[in-house]
Design a protein around this ligand. Structure first.
Ligand SMILES: Cc1cc2nc3c(=O)[nH]c(=O)nc-3n(C[C@H](O)[C@H](O)[C@H](O)COP(=O)(O)OP(=O)(O)OC[C@H]3O[C@@H](n4cnc5c(N)ncnc54)[C@H](O)[C@@H]3O)c2cc1C
Length: 328
């Protein structure tokens, strides 16, 4: 019998991709966790009825200063109503009856940041109505601030906005978010506030034979963007496909090796940024559009860096650090 602990994106995806009856356990009946609710459009299990906004543009700022943008002809991200989406997926799970709960026991840990290993921070979001500043409903905004690695975001959320932020070294980002709302957006009507932990420097652990980890519980979150929904679903899809094979853990690991390498690479960049902050590193250069694109597409690689460095060494390094570590 398969038991799944945690019914966020990873847990529900595991249950649905397994296509069999499972035992599930979660702390809450509805899924209510704080999130930016942004997913790349090719994320499995997303249904149109939960899509609130379609995103084609990404703008990057250092406080008030525009540092770069990436745009696409077609939508690249969706903003979803994550709570309704995940709650609706939960209803499709085939729950095992008491009498069927025998046989070999397989456990899937999908408890997200509540069981992940590695550095976690609190990240919070506010639903905001009627901001003073005009915000394009097809654009998401990332705003970096002085002093601490992390960022604010301004995402559309239907007719409203989802405004949030999280920073390494900041225990409670809410006061910062409220003052950001006043300064950057000119204020607005706060309609809901919620925070949750996020694993920003994850230790990847896929578990062991018989007891597997998926999603954020396995450390599958991109450290530079905090994106965890698609990796959660893809990891569960990969585990479900591997469970019937002779070496499930090896096959699971192989199937998600690209995600793992991107996370490990982003962890190194995060460490560079944190070391640089300790040394009071100062970066004031503009971001380069090709690196910003790789950043959005989870494609940052040594190759990208080498190409940039060979073209323009000081700018390459400054560009990357300006993404990671904006300074005054
Ligand atoms: C404020 C914020 C904004 C974010 N924005 C984005 C974004 O825009 N896009 C994106 O891709 N990612 C974003 N993330 C990350 C993303 O939310 C997670 O990485 C993603 O939801 C991971 O899915 P999961 O199923 O692994 O874990 P979770 O979504 O965390 O689900 C874990 C589940 O486990 C349950 N649980 C916890 N403890 C127990 C227990 N003891 N027993 C049983 N069940 C338990 C919880 O109730 C929850 O339902 C954000 C995170 C935060 C905090």
């Amino acid at each position: 019998m398969i038991e799944i602990y945690g019914l966020g994106p990873a847990g529900v995806a595991a249950a649905l991709f397994l296509r069999k009856e499972v035992v599930v356990r979660d702390l809450g009946k509805r899924y209510l966790k704080a999130c930016g609710e942004a997913v790349p459009i090719d994320t499995p299990l997303v249904e149109d009825r939960f899509v609130l906004n379609k995103i084609r543009r990404f703008e990057f700022y250092h406080e008030d200063r525009f540092i770069g943008e990436v745009s696409y002809r077609k939508p690249y991200w969706y903003i979803v109503d994550k709570s309704s989406w995940i709650s609706s997926l939960r209803e499709r799970i085939q729950i095992a009856s008491e009498t069927e709960r025998d046989g070999e026991r397989i456990v899937i840990d999908a408890r997200g940041p509540y069981s992940s290993k590695g550095l976690k921070i609190t990240v919070a979001r506010v639903y905001l109505r009627s901001p003073r500043k005009n915000i394009d409903p097809e654009t998401v905004y990332f705003i970096y601030r002085r002093g601490a690695p992390g960022f604010y975001w301004v995402f559309p959320h239907g007719e409203d906005l989802n405004v949030g932020g999280g920073f390494i070294g900041v225990k409670n980002p809410l006061p910062l978010i409220h003052s950001f709302i006043s300064s950057w957006l000119g204020g607005g009507e706060v309609i809901d506030v919620r925070g949750a932990p996020l694993t920003v420097d994850p230790e990847i652990d896929l578990g062991r034979e018989g007891v597997y980890r998926v999603g954020e519980a396995a450390g599958l979150v991109y450290p530079l963007t905090g994106e965890g929904i698609r990796p959660a679903i893809l990891s569960s899809q990969a585990l479900a496909a591997s469970l019937g094979t002779r070496k499930p853990l090896d096959n699971y690991r192989k199937a998600i090796s690209r995600i793992i390498s991107q996370i490990e690479f982003q962890k190194k960049l995060l460490r560079i940024a944190m070391r640089s902050i300790e040394r009071n590193g100062s970066i004031a250069e503009l971001a380069n559009s090709s690196i910003l694109k790789d950043y959005i597409e989870e494609n940052l690689s040594v190759k990208t860096l080498l190409i940039m460095i060979s073209r323009n060494p000081p700018k390459a390094v400054k560009t990357l650090l300006s993404i990671l570590l904006p300074t005054p």
